[in-house]
Write a protein that binds this ligand. Structure first.
Ligand code: TTP
Length: 184
């Protein structure tokens, strides 16, 4: 019997990336405490959180394939998640302006009882975006996104260049995910 693939994430971006690849899946996510375990390295923190997102769904579908993921921005030795309001979003974008930051996505994939985790890093170089911040905040595109921007939308103009995988910034390193799904 073919295993079902379940995306344990509410992120519309992750859903779109899997759909783009023609992967047959459905979404079933549950809310968990997303506190990162600071005793771990940054990569392990994200793998651990991705696994914790996948765990309740894995318990529901123990024989199937369950994908969990978490994306953060890392700048100046600090983890930057989602902004809770416009003021915080402005402060984040002002810090990232004219600087390099890192985007990490941790992924956990259960295939039945087998668990694989990995973390992908992309370097993102912003231009001086200070003159563009107000208009961007007004667009509300910062809402619900790590680092208060979405590279796939209007914030595309913020980017000088990136080093690494673009899909990883959007929320899922899809090439690595596909490799993992294909592996026996
Ligand atoms: C940096 C960046 C992040 N993001 C998004 C991807 C993720 O959806 C979000 C990071 O939040 P996450 O906590 O990783 O994911 P989520 O809350 O959307 O979904 P869930 O917890 O249910 O898995 O930021 C972009 O869409 N574009 C970007 O350029």
């Amino acid at each position: 019997m073919n295993k079902k693939i379940i995306l344990a994430s509410t992120s519309p971006r992750r859903k779109e990336l899997l759909q783009r690849e023609g992967i047959d899946f459905f979404v079933d996510a549950s809310f968990i405490d997303e506190t990162l375990d600071v005793s771990l390295s940054i990569e392990d923190r994200l793998c651990d959180l991705a696994r914790r997102k996948a765990d309740p769904i894995h318990r529901k579908y123990p024989d199937d394939i369950v994908i969990g993921a978490d994306t953060i921005v890392y700048f100046d030795n600090q983890v930057i998640g989602k902004a809770t309001d416009c003021q915080e979003a402005r402060a984040i974008l002002e810090r990232l302006s004219d600087q390099k930051h890192l985007v990490y996505t941790g992924v956990a994939i259960y295939k039945g009882q087998d668990l694989q985790t990995f973390c992908e890093k992309t370097e993102v170089y912003f231009k001086d975006i200070k003159p563009m911040i107000q208009e961007y905040l007004d667009s509300n595109e910062w809402v619900g996104k790590a680092g208060a921007y979405g590279i796939q939308g209007k914030a595309g103009v913020f980017i000088d260049h990136i080093v690494g995988d673009l899909d990883n910034v959007i929320g899922l390193p899809i090439t690595k995910v596909k490799e993992c799904l294909l592996k026996k």
